[in-house]
Design a binder for this molecule. Structure first.
Ligand code: DI6
Ligand code: FE
Length: 403
């Protein structure tokens, strides 16, 4: 077997899940790459000797490239004044009701073209890339009209091409009811969301469909109609569920075999059981919990006990989670939500990949998987989670190529 690249003198956190639930570490290891695939990962002594390029890495650690499975990176405008208003005592909901919040970003985003949206998103994407992220999910949801939603998805796709990162797109037309449909959420779904789902699927612009099931957004019945259309269009679903109240979101997501249910602060025991049964991933978003000073914790112990996979993501958005650091999200998941370090590392690699339906391709270091890797200047990967604002990335390899 002739390798294209052989990384030697490395420690591997393969993240392959085993009964021990750790990082599946390989000390004094080696990693071989052929084309865009991992061809060998194991002890250095067992590595095939024949390689076009051999790179000694001085005992550095290699992990799978990180996966941020929930972001709203494409948007226009600025809401820093709303941050000040919240510090002065106004709530997120009050600001939303006064025309701020999502509606404000919608007004700005509608004015911007796809090129302008992509340029703004690229700089945010670069922040993620600089800390080892290789795959990013980006949602629409600030257009809320036919052409603007498609422009957001096109901007997200353009970001993928321009950045070299793998960008996965999600249509979130059911994010909020736009002003012109105030009081007519069902009409908005019929007239805008459902045709958009069909068009985005037809044009190959969306990899999945999401909705915001919440008292300030869409009801369970309305969400159900969105999901049924996604199923008809052959697109998988995921859901913003139970963030501010138990609206039965987790169970609804499970009913449609969702890739993931995200937030979950108010999810009930039945909701957790339904996720476990469906095999949907619980995506934890501690950046929003922190920013909004929430006090209700997601049901971590029961998710863990029932074996629901837990991913961690930034939820990067201009309002409830202005966070462009996945490592900080992982730190918060430990400190705020009591995840273990191993769970947090799995949450931003293996389980993040699962939440995007990409677990067969990325998220662990295994023979046959895509060679998407992050190489770190740390004495142990736990340091990645422990520190805040630290970016000890030495290099990234995506699809077998140095970045
Ligand atoms: N994800 C979202 O889409 C909304 N909250 C969340 O956690 C709000 C986004 C925004 O305020 O712009
Ligand atoms: Fe979100």
């Amino acid at each position: 077997m002739r390798l294209d690249k052989l990384l030697t003198d490395v420690n591997l956190a393969t993240m392959v899940s085993d009964d021990a639930g750790g990082l599946a570490e390989v000390h004094d290891g080696a990693l071989g790459i052929i084309g865009d695939r991992i061809a060998f990962a194991g002890p250095r002594a067992e590595a095939p000797g024949d390689a076009i390029e051999t790179i000694g890495l001085d005992g550095r650690w290699v992990t799978p490239a990180l996966v941020d499975c929930h972001t709203h990176l494409v948007f226009a405008g600025d809401r820093s004044d709303e941050f000040k208003r919240r510090l002065d005592g106004e709530s997120y909901e009050e600001i939303a009701r006064s025309g701020g919040g999502i509606a404000r970003t919608v007004r700005e985003t509608r004015k911007a073209g796809a090129a302008e949206l992509a340029a703004a998103a690229l700089s945010r994407l670069d922040q993620l890339a600089q800390e080892g992220v290789g795959t990013v999910e980006i949602k629409s949801g600030y257009g809320l009209e036919f052409e603007s939603e498609l422009a957001m998805l096109k901007a997200a796709r353009a970001c993928g091409l321009a950045s070299g990162l793998r960008v996965v797109t999600t249509l979130l037309a059911a994010h909020a009811v736009p002003a012109e449909f105030a009081g007519r959420a069902d009409d908005y779904i019929d007239d805008v969301c459902l045709p958009l789902i069909r068009e985005a699927a037809r044009e190959g612009l969306a990899d999945a469909v999401d909705a915001y099931c919440e008292s300030i957004a869409f009801s369970a019945d309305q969400t159900r109609r969105v999901f049924a259309a996604a199923r008809d269009a052959g697109l998988p679903v995921k859901l913003h569920a139970d963030q501010f109240s138990d609206s039965g979101g987790a169970a609804l997501a499970a009913e449609f075999g969702a890739l993931s249910a995200d937030h979950l602060e108010y999810t009930s025991e039945q909701g957790v059981a339904a996720l476990a049964q469906a095999g949907s991933v619980a995506v934890l978003l501690p950046g929003a919990f922190y920013t909004l000073r929430e006090t209700q914790y997601p049901p971590i112990a029961s998710l863990r006990q029932r074996g629901v996979a837990m991913a961690v993501a930034t939820d990067a958005n201009p309002g409830s989670s202005p966070l462009v650091s996945l490592l900080t999200a992982a730190n918060m998941a430990c400190t705020l939500f009591s995840l273990t370090v191993d769970e947090a590392l799995a949450g931003i690699t293996r389980e993040g990949a699962r939440a995007l339906g990409l677990e067969r391709d990325i998220g662990t270091i295994e023979t046959g998987k895509r060679a998407d890797l992050a190489i770190w200047d740390v004495t142990h990967p736990a340091e990645l989670i422990q520190w805040i604002g630290h970016r000890p990335l030495h290099a990234r390899i995506l699809s077998g190529e140095w970045q």
